[in-house]
Structure formats: structure tokens, C-alpha cells
Design a protein around this ligand. Structure first.
Ligand SMILES: Cc1cc2nc3c(=O)[nH]c(=O)nc-3n(C[C@H](O)[C@H](O)[C@H](O)COP(=O)(O)OP(=O)(O)OC[C@H]3O[C@@H](n4cnc5c(N)ncnc54)[C@H](O)[C@@H]3O)c2cc1C
Length: 388
């Protein structure tokens, strides 16, 4: 179980309890089936919306929960600790909703946020392309202006929520000659009358080594017409700056989730080593077990303390890009090590997908890759050191 945090007031305790019960009831029983089919059913979004778990940090005026980052952190912790991340609320509520809130016009906010809060609209963010992931300036998806429409051509890869997305925030080139300044964000509505629009196509969920229950897909745009009023921001060419501004928040939510995954790994392992007998005594009695688990618990608590400090900074508006990068790389890296140490205590059972520790082992690996590869995080930190 996730322990109560120092910053949790009664409202957040209630939310945590509500979230935990929701994930236990609506997701845990379906986890293995969702993993096998590589996606959850679409209705999970509507159920999560009805339970008040979507857009928790969006103002009530736009249909959201009226909370702040702490509300999102609590929901994220419970979702990740419960291995219930088949639908990416972090992308939907934590990222796309905040792009709309920060850069959307009043009309855009009123058009999409209320539906996002109920789960009627599922969202995704599409930056990565086959030829450009880390180096986003090199994206090639092009938006050509034709009267009051943009015409989109190109493709995106590894897009979380790609199968169910009704609305996708797509990074496009509005000026192919301008590098970062040619990047814009367009809100693409994928469906008309319940069917994918002409010119828009999505691939089947990709076969990943971990997080198998998330629908991660390719998206294809072929002369797709998007109204110019779907541009995010008042003028073209702001996309790169918009992406950069939101990164600390996005990276912190990955760190929050990573701490929850470490906690789950330790919870699983403690239950196992108390129960499992070796040479006439519980595995917990072995000095190696005690020392290794003491090290793991220390790392989880240190990670949690650092993440809590980052959360306090974010709330105060002082979380800078290098500090968020530290939280992202260190927690995802530590998470992989902690889960690996924990798995060892399960022996052969740790290699069986039936056991949560085995699923955790493959699920956590991507943390070091997405949200900005950890090498890039270190580069950001190093650059800040040069300026000191
Ligand atoms: C499960 C999953 C979900 C994802 N969800 C989304 C999503 O919803 N939306 C989206 O847009 N994208 C998503 N992605 C894409 C993800 O963000 C990219 O995979 C990531 O940014 C890396 O880009 P790339 O795969 O093109 O690797 P590359 O850019 O080719 O990088 C490969 C490796 O090169 C190294 N490297 C790169 N740059 C540097 C550098 N400057 N210094 C040193 N080393 C470097 C790193 O080790 C990196 O891992 C997802 C990916 C996965 C696997």
C-alpha cells in the first residue's frame, strides 16, 4: 500500500482511497486480459471519468476536478502501484489537458476539456516519428496551409492511448525550413460520426516487451484536413517552446510513478520473503536478503523525499528544468535497479509473468527511455553546471 504522504490533507486522503478502490475494482481483475490483447476496453475511460479520476487538476469551470498537481500525483501513485496503467491518465490529464489549459483559446478549452474530464474524449500526444524521437526538431510531419485548413501528411510512432484517442495533440512542421521555430502543435480530432476521419489511420497496438496493456500505436496522416482554429497558441511556430515549458511537469509525473512502482516491488518482495522457506527458515532470515532489502527501502525513501521536494517546488512555481531532469533520470534508473534486486528473491517464480514482480521488471524499463532518454536528462543537468 502507498503510505500517506506528508503533504496529504483530508481531501487527498479521500481521493487516494477512492482511486485505490477504483483501480482494484475496475482494473486489477482485467490486467492479464488487457496485457494479452495489448489494450483496455474504451469504457474504462468513461468509468474513470465518472469516478472523478480524469482531469483532476483542471479548473471546475472546464469540467475538471478543480485540484492541483497533488491530486494528480495521488491518482498516479495509486494507478501505478496497482499496476493499473492500461489507460494513460498521465498523458491525458497530466499532459494534454495542461497543454490545452496553458495554450488553448477559451473556445478550445470549452470545446474539449469537459469531454476529457468525463472520458467522452480520450487524448494522446504525438511527437515521436520513425526518424525523430529525441531530436524533435527533425520531425517531418507536415501541415500545409490551404485556406482555413491545414493539410497533414506524415506519421507518428509509439503513441500512448493511440488506439482509443479521439483527440491528438500532434507536433507538426508548419515551416519545413525553420528547424525548432517551424514546429507547431495542432489538435487533431480523429473521428467523424464515430469513424476515423478520411486521411487519418491508426495501427494496431504495438507488441512491446513491457507495459503490454497500454495501447501504443502508430498514427498516419494522409492529406488529413484540420481546421486552422485547431492550432494551439495564437501563431505558428510556438510548438517547440510549448513542449519545453511543459517538460518539468511531465518529467515529475514519471518520477512520481516510478516511486510508486518501487514501492509495489518492495511490498511484493516483503510478502514473499516472509513466506518463502529456505533451509528451514523464511528467506527474510538470510543476511543477504535483509541487507539487500534494507538498501532497496533506503533508495525508495530517498527517492520519495527528493520527489516530494520537487513536488513542493512545482507547487511553488520554482521547479526548474535541470531539477526535474534529475528526478526523472534518477528515479527511473533506481526503479530498474530496485525491481531487479527484488525479482532475484523470487527465484524462478520471478521469471513467470503470473507474478507481478515479473511484470514490473519489464514494465519499468521504458522509464529510462521515454519522457526524454536519461542520457538527455544528464546532458540538461551538465549544461546547467557549465553555467554555474
Ligand atoms: C512505451 C512507449 C510509449 C511512448 N509514448 C509516447 C507518446 O505518447 N508520444 C510520443 O510522442 N512519444 C512516445 N514515445 C516515444 C519516446 O518518447 C521515444 O522513444 C524517446 O523520446 C526516444 O526517441 P527514439 O525512440 O526515437 O530514440 P532516439 O532518439 O533514436 O534515441 C536512442 C538513444 O540514443 C541515446 N541518445 C539520444 N540522444 C542523446 C544525446 N543527446 N546524448 C546522448 N545519448 C543520446 C539515448 O540512449 C536514446 O535512448 C513512447 C515510447 C515508448 C517506448
Amino acid at each position: 500500500m502507498m503510505p500517506r504522504r506528508s503533504w496529504e490533507d483530508d481531501d487527498l486522503v479521500l481521493l487516494r482511497d477512492n482511486a485505490r478502490r477504483f483501480f482494484q475494482r475496475e482494473c486489477v481483475p482485467h490486467e492479464l486480459r488487457w496485457r494479452a490483447q495489448h489494450h483496455a476496453e474504451r469504457e474504462i475511460w468513461n468509468k474513470a471519468g465518472a469516478a472523478g479520476l480524469l482531469c483532476a487538476s483542471i479548473p471546475e469551470a472546464y469540467g475538471g476536478g478543480g485540484g492541483h498537481f497533488l491530486h494528480e500525483a495521488v491518482i498516479c501513485e495509486e494507478q501505478w502501484h496497482g499496476l493499473s496503467y492500461a489507460f494513460s491518465n498521465n498523458v491525458h490529464s497530466g499532459i494534454v489537458a495542461h497543454y490545452l489549459l496553458a495554450y488553448g483559446s477559451e473556445a478550445q478549452k470549452r470545446r474539449w476539456l469537459p469531454g476529457m474530464a468525463t472520458g467522452e474524449i480520450v487524448t494522446a500526444i504525438a511527437m515521436t516519428e520513425p526518424g525523430a524521437g529525441t531530436d524533435l526538431q527533425r520531425i517531418r510531419t507536415q501541415a500545409r496551409r490551404e485556406g482555413d485548413h491545414y493539410v497533414l501528411n506524415g506519421s507518428k510512432i509509439f503513441i500512448t492511448n493511440g488506439l482509443h484517442a479521439d483527440l491528438v495533440c500532434v507536433a507538426v512542421k508548419t515551416d519545413a525550413t525553420a528547424g525548432a521555430k517551424g514546429v507547431s502543435l495542432l489538435m487533431v480530432e480523429t473521428k467523424v460520426d464515430g469513424q476515423d476521419r478520411p486521411g487519418f489511420r491508426r495501427g494496431q497496438p504495438l507488441d512491446k516487451i513491457g507495459q503490454k496493456m497500454n495501447d501504443t500505436t502508430e498514427l498516419f496522416f494522409d492529406e488529413l484536413r484540420v481546421p486552422v482554429e485547431n492550432l494551439l497558441g495564437e501563431t505558428e511556430g510556438q510548438g517547440f517552446a510549448q513542449l519545453m515549458q511543459q517538460l518539468p511537469r511531465e518529467r515529475l509525473i514519471i518520477a512520481v510513478g516510478s516511486v510508486a512502482l518501487m514501492r509495489r516491488a518492495l511490498d511484493e518482495t516483503l510478502a514473499h520473503v516472509r513466506e518463502r522457506q529456505v533451509f528451514g527458515a523464511p528467506l527474510m532470515a538470510q543476511q543477504n536478503t535483509r541487507f539487500k532489502l534494507a538498501e532497496c527501502e533506503t533508495q525508495v525513501q530517498v527517492a520519495r523525499a527528493f520527489v516530494d521536494d520537487c513536488i513542493a517546488k512545482l507547487q511553488a512555481g520554482t521547479l526548474d528544468v535541470p531539477t526535474a531532469a534529475m528526478a526523472k533520470w534518477w528515479t527511473t534508473d533506481t526503479c530498474c535497479r530496485v525491481v531487479d534486486e527484488c525479482l532475484q528473491f523470487f527465484g524462478g517464480y520471478g521469471f513467470m509473468n503470473e507474478y507481478p514482480i515479473a511484470r514490473l521488471y519489464t514494465d519499468v524499463r521504458v522509464g529510462r527511455i521515454y519522457g526524454g532518454a536519461n542520457e538527455v536528462m544528464k546532458e540538461i543537468i551538465a549544461r546547467s553546471l557549465e553555467k554555474r
